[in-house]
Design a binder for this molecule. Structure first.
Ligand code: UDP
Ligand code: MN
Length: 529
């Protein structure tokens, strides 16, 4: 661990000499294509380390007076873990943060290199920071490098272990904080110590680096597969959009919380591997155990949303599976088992492959959800559905049936072989099996990608044919299905979905009790056990 104390004039003024030092640091970035970073690295190298950003928050946020705690009780530790980030990008994250954060509050910066390929980066960064900051106040910079790739979750917990401030901010390594980002968050946290907050994220475009205004009408949430989603925020009467609002989950992984409270909740679950699910778990745990989450639109932080992961996941329990998805699935299973109570069956219904995943959690684990629940008298997951995320509850009540659709041990799946979409019956234990929804009002049977099972040539003497088509709004005869026991009956033609042979799917006359016409949804509202 390298620990240096910067004697600095934190309001950086960039003189030519300082710019030269930054450029020298940046020039030593290993030559890698943009696909390695998932953004336009050349452009990132050219843009100033600290650039002017548009003021994206509402004007009233600029003129408001925030009631802030005394800085002796509100020291901030910022934790940044990074893996294979371009030097210019990481430097921009750090220098912008230093430049736009009141030096009274900014106590320390903890930067963890998760064993990136660029082995010299941390040493060079240490040197650069020493050279850039020479006068006045103090900021501790703690730099650590993992000897092996340990993942974001482990690294953030490690950052917290060495932190000493009153508050923690978890930040990604490709961010630009905007003017006045800290005060609105600090004000909320000082008012209520069981709160955790996210700023409103302004998207930075990976190709052009343009800084856009984030959407104040979104909150964080997740679905029954435990995938993160932005959910619509509905404004109450007279509620102004720039007011802080509660959210079922954080805005991605960027959040601020009191260190004491975070430690009481035992941090991020260390059984989760590499990346994924940790902030969803923290969100559920926090809400159930007496905390709340707010998104505060007067605080803006730019985050570069990459189109896909810029990193590999180590191989998982089953080498045949895609390791990114397998890691996420394993992490999700741990969350479901820890917090979802009986609702975990909904998760398994949507992700049957998770049942097969071995968890190999050590008996004497340090992080035991049961102990956390007992210690804080946490609510059951049902409480979260009723009080925090009714949209999650609705997600399964607004369908008559949902999940995988099974016939004789195989599942109905849509394979996309561009530009064609093919309907077939396949193993239910593949990682990605189509999930179907049967809508009670329209009778539509749709996939997650909004394709509906329809019928062509309904009236012609030839056999009517099954096809996948974009779902049409409202009731359309070609897309209307009815449930009759376990059969799926096409309302217009009175024919049933059938699997006469192998992978074949067709419509044929309904025959009660025919196994080839029996299709079971993973979950069916009102279905018999
Ligand atoms: N990261 C890490 N180790 C890993 C994977 C990711 O330290 O094994 C860092 C990454 O560099 C970034 C943060 O974790 O600073 C969050 O990852 P990412 O930005 O890919 O997540 P997203 O923003 O897409 O949710
Ligand atoms: Mn990120």
């Amino acid at each position: 661990m390298i620990c240096i104390i910067l004697q600095s004039d934190l309001q950086l003024f960039f003189h030519q000499e300082q710019l030269n030092l930054c450029n020298k640091f940046i020039e030593r970035t290993p030559d890698r294509p943009d696909s390695f970073f998932q953004y336009n690295r050349q452009l990132s190298d050219k843009i100033n380390a600290v650039r002017e950003l548009p003021i994206t928050r509402h004007e009233s946020c600029n003129t408001r007076r925030y009631s802030l705690p005394h800085y002796s009780r509100a020291k901030l530790s910022v934790v940044i873990s990074f893996y294979n980030e371009a030097r210019s990008m990481l430097l921009r994250t750090i220098l912008t943060l230093i430049n736009r954060t009141s030096e009274d509050y900014l106590h320390e910066l903890i930067i963890i290199d998760d064993c990136s390929e660029d082995v010299g980066l941390l040493d060079n960064l240490k040197q650069l920071m020493r050279n850039l900051f020479t006068t006045k106040s103090r900021l501790t910079l703690i730099l650590k490098r993992n000897q092996h790739r340990k993942g974001l979750i482990w690294s953030r917990n490690e950052g917290v272990r060495v932190a000493s401030g009153n508050y923690l901010l978890f930040l990604d390594s490709h961010c630009e904080v905007n003017k006045g980002w800290l005060e609105p968050l600090l004000e909320r946290l000082a008012l209520n110590s069981s709160l955790a907050v996210s700023p409103l994220l302004d998207p930075i475009e990976p190709e052009t680096f343009s800084y856009r205004t984030g959407n104040v009408l979104l909150k964080g949430g997740f679905d029954w597969s435990l995938h993160f989603h932005w959910l619509p925020r509905v404004l109450a009467e007279l509620e102004s959009p720039e007011m802080q609002y509660t959210s079922p989950a954080f805005a991605g992984g960027i959040l601020m919380i009191s260190r004491e409270w975070f430690l009481k909740l035992r941090g991020f679950n260390p059984e989760l591997q590499i990346w994924g699910g940790e902030s969803i778990e923290l969100a559920i745990k926090l809400w159930l155990c007496g905390g709340q989450i707010e998104i505060v639109p007067c605080s803006r932080i730019g985050h570069l949303f990459r189109p896909r992961h810029a990193f590999e996941f180590p191989p998982q329990f089953d080498q045949k599976l895609d390791s990114a998805q397998a890691t996420y699935l394993r992490n999700s299973k741990i969350i479901a088992e820890s917090w979802l109570d009986e609702y975990k069956y909904l998760f398994y219904a949507l992700k049957p492959a998770a049942k097969q995943i071995p968890l190999n959690i050590h008996e004497a684990q340090l992080y035991d959800p049961i102990l956390i629940k007992d210690g804080h008298q946490c609510h059951r997951f049902d409480w979260y559905l009723r009080h925090v995320s009714p949209e999650l509850k609705l997600q399964h009540w607004s369908f008559s049936a949902l999940g995988t659709l099974r016939n004789k041990g195989r599942c109905l799946h849509v394979e996309s072989t561009f530009p064609k979409l093919e309907l077939l019956l396949t193993s239910c234990f593949r990682l990605k099996v189509s999930q179907w929804h049967l809508h009670p009002e329209t009778g539509q049977l749709s996939t997650e990608s909004k394709r509906c099972l329809g019928v062509r040539n309904m009236k012609s003497p030839e056999r009517p044919q099954l096809m996948l088509e974009p779902c049409v709004t409202g009731q359309v005869p070609s897309q209307r299905w009815q449930r009759r026991d376990t059969q799926l009956l096409h309302a217009e033609t009175h024919l049933c979905l059938d699997n006469p042979l192998k992978n074949q799917l067709e419509l044929s006359s309904c025959r009660p009790h025919a196994a080839s016409q029996s299709f079971q949804f993973a979950l069916e509202v009102g279905a018999q056990a």
